[in-house]
Design a protein around this ligand. Structure first.
Ligand SMILES: Cc1cc2nc3c(=O)[nH]c(=O)nc-3n(C[C@H](O)[C@H](O)[C@H](O)COP(=O)(O)OP(=O)(O)OC[C@H]3O[C@@H](n4cnc5c(N)ncnc54)[C@H](O)[C@@H]3O)c2cc1C
Ligand SMILES: NC(=O)c1ccc[n+]([C@@H]2O[C@H](COP(=O)([O-])OP(=O)(O)OC[C@H]3O[C@@H](n4cnc5c(N)ncnc54)[C@H](OP(=O)(O)O)[C@@H]3O)[C@@H](O)[C@H]2O)c1
Length: 511
């Protein structure tokens, strides 16, 4: 039986492991997780984030839950994934605090060589696997802004994705850099304390949508829990619905309205649910600075407006994630993943999330990687859809054709109209997004086109051989007509008399 290694125990890695166990009864796998617990994003996001997609849809279709409200808090989502890891007995398969450092294909022995480091001892260990599944996430590596003087700042500084709870914010002047989903979610939270003085440095505004999150009433929860298919119906409604409303003008403080209404097309960057942000902007302890950062100095930030000095004690970087490169060293037959991407001018989609093997890698799978993010719907849904595709080898020609097709669609889409983490270097090739809605993603991945996969030929050959052998056996049986007739004359009358007695019994009962 081949051994499978999964890298990452976030929602992607865990749902893969669950599928291996549930669907295929396969359990010869190990999950390497760099952190001390499962849950990925929902373990790491300590700033009180919550899902911006309704949790009824942002959860596995196989494991619906009695959620308290429409959107899951960080704690609820972490609990959900921890519970699933327990339910499917995954912990014995998981090596926590183990970061995979490299994966290399061993051409002599036809398996991968995996090197991991134990965070508690610093020791390296190695293992082998025939199949490797990369589930290391897209929004995992924090990106600090490239601002001159970053290292000169003497106060406390941290990234929103690595929230440092040991830094006391009360009584401090806190600079926040960024205006995306992360900043707009934590700024109102820290602004609740009037003793925290916040200056938010913004460059580009986000499209903010009204918050449609609600806590379910007891009746709604009862209906979703007890009426068959109600939760599934609700998931479908969420899947089909679109809600784009611009309400910034009527809710933002007048002095910011002009700056806060984006000039780029709606949905070019990820839409941001307004979790109390516009209301918080009316507070006296929160100001936005739009002047642009010139550089960071020992005790604050110098803006571009006549080199104005803004003194600060703490800087929080809400400057997003490095989603445009693959951070892990993986060497296949001929290339590393980085070399392949460089050659292709950035990350590119690999059909069925499998690399074109004859050229590069063998049985190296991706969960949630290039061109699979579907704008504003659930990443868990796209994870589940990807798992329905299975194969052995994807052809390079098919990969090229598919990439040409999606890049043509993306280049003419709304996402080509602004700078975002969806693109290489912010303004290059659109390497994260899938070109269309989740419905199209589902339709395209619903059935694999077997002409794209060369390994399928082997499977079909095996099937053909089985059919031939079976037909041969049948022919052999038929040639033994004597035996066949004997069975016919003895077994058939017996079956007929049995049937007759059953139908007599039945007509007696009926009446
Ligand atoms: C704050 C925040 C909120 C979000 N909200 C939503 C939302 O509402 N809806 C939505 O659809 N999406 C949302 N996303 C996107 C989110 O990343 C995905 O929904 C989901 O977490 C992806 O799961 P994943 O397992 O692929 O990646 P992750 O959750 O990022 O998990 C990856 C795991 O791999 C581990 N890992 C990485 N490298 C290594 C290594 N070398 N060795 C071992 N382990 C490694 C990490 O420690 C991590 O645990 C959000 C993202 C963020 C950051
Ligand atoms: N569930 C949730 O509610 C939730 C919460 C957080 C994150 N997320 C997910 O995570 C993704 C990333 O969100 P994010 O907010 O962390 O990152 P982001 O959307 O990439 O936003 C980064 C912000 O930092 C700014 N920035 C970067 N460099 C800067 C510089 N040098 N000077 C000034 N500003 C600078 C950007 O401005 P520019 O636009 O000008 O570059 C942008 O406002 C989201 O799209 C979403 O998918 C979801």
């Amino acid at each position: 039986m081949p051994r499978v290694v999964i890298i990452g125990a976030g929602p992607g890695g865990l749902s893969c492991a669950i599928a291996l166990k549930r669907k295929y009864g396969f359990d010869n796998f190990t999950i390497y997780e760099r952190g001390g617990e499962v849950g990925g994003t929902w373990r790491a996001s300590l700033f009180g984030a919550s899902s911006d997609v309704s949790v009824a849809f942002y959860s596995l279709s196989t494991d619906l839950r009695d959620w308290k409200g429409s959107h899951g808090s960080q704690k609820e989502l972490l609990d959900y994934w921890v519970d699933l890891a327990k339910k499917y007995n995954l912990y014995p398969h998981i090596l926590l605090n183990h970061a995979v450092k490299s994966v290399e294909w061993d051409t002599t022995n036809n398996h991968y060589h995996i090197v991991a480091e134990d965070a508690s001892t610093g020791k390296s260990s190695s293992s082998t696997a025939e199949i490797v599944i990369s589930a290391i996430g897209v929004l995992d590596t924090p990106r600090f802004a490239r601002i001159p003087g970053l290292d000169t700042f003497k106060g406390a500084k941290f990234h929103s994705a690595r929230w440092d709870s040991s830094v006391e914010l009360r009584g401090k002047r806190v600079g926040v850099i960024g205006n995306g989903s992360s900043a707009t979610q934590f700024v109102p939270q820290i602004a609740k304390d009037p003793e925290v003085r916040i200056i938010q440095f913004c460059r580009t505004p986000s499209w903010l949508l009204p918050d449609n999150r609600v806590q379910y009433s007891q009746t709604t929860r009862w209906i979703l829990r007890n009426i068959p298919f109600m939760m599934r119906l609700y998931r479908w409604i969420l899947f089909m619905r679109k809600n784009f409303t611009n309400y910034i003008k009527s809710n933002a403080p007048k002095k910011y309205v002009d700056k806060l209404v984006p000039t780029y097309p709606l949905a070019c960057k990820r839409l941001v649910i307004d979790t109390d942000y516009l209301r918080a902007l009316h507070q006296p302890n929160l100001d936005i600075n739009w002047d642009g950062i010139d550089r960071i100095v020992e005790d604050g930030i110098l803006t571009k407006k006549g080199i104005e000095h803004i003194p600060l004690d703490v800087i929080i970087f809400a400057t997003g994630y490095a989603a445009d490169f693959y951070p892990l060293h993986v060497r296949g037959k001929t290339h590393t993943i980085q070399e392949y991407y460089e050659q292709e001018l950035g990350q590119r989609h690999t059909l069925a999330q499998l690399f074109p093997t004859s050229e590069l890698l063998y049985d190296f799978w991706f969960v949630f990687r290039p061109n699979t993010v579907t704008g504003h719907t659930s990443a868990i849904f796209t994870n589940e859809v990807q798992r329905k595709v299975s194969s052995l080898e994807v052809k390079l020609s098919a990969t090229d054709a598919y990439n040409d097709k999606i890049q043509a669609l993306l280049n003419n889409s709304v996402w080509a109209g602004c700078i975002s983490w969806y693109r290489v270097g912010g303004d290059g090739k659109i390497s994260s997004l899938f070109p269309g809605p989740a419905l199209r993603f589902w339709l395209w991945l619903r059935k694999p086109d077997w002409r794209h996969f060369s390994g399928i030929f082997k499977q079909r050959l095996q099937l053909l051989l089985r059919v031939l052998i079976f037909s041969g056996l049948l022919a052999l049986g038929a040639s033994r007509m004597e035996m066949f007739r004997a069975i016919q004359t003895k077994a058939f009358p017996l079956a007929r008399s049995l049937l007759e007695s059953v139908s007599k019994q039945k007509s007696r009962i009926i009446g």
